[in-house]
Ligand binder design. Sequence first.
Ligand SMILES: [Zn+2]
Length: 175
Amino acid sequence: MAAVIIPDSLDREVLAELRQLAVEGAGLNQMVSRVQERLGFVPEFIVPVFPYFCTAFSLPLKEVLPLREYSKNRDVPELQGLLTKIRQAEIAARLPLIQAAADGSLDELRCPRCECQTVSVYFTRPAPEEYRTWFVCSACDFSMRTQNSSKPEHYSADRDRTGKKTVSASQEQER
Ligand SMILES: [Zn+2]
């Protein structure tokens, strides 16, 4: 088996982009070529891409190895399994946020994208009895919304952004 050298430091922006692609439902094709493009690798040069997948989605190397077959045959069954694991990892990375909000920790939560302790919780009420919980990072453009079936336990009016133009500064920039 070929040895894979895991670099001391991976490009955090590339890791963040990789996670974002997974959230958006991108295929392996898109994810692999994004890493290669950003790092300046040719399409045949796939081994250096492995550590990015391992780190971004907390996967052991053996789970990522089917990617070796990727350039030859894109229909390897293991590749579908890998894609499923990547999407599950991305969902799992968001669960601590939901748990923290349920416990009443509403600031300085760890961002699953940029890994800074910069996520805050806000609320909106699209209808009188409808609540949404927002998780917004002030360091990157991460934001996530969950729907609540009842009033969130730690809801407070000062964190209610209903009717405010934007929930986060980064969303404002997008306009
Ligand atoms: Zn962030």
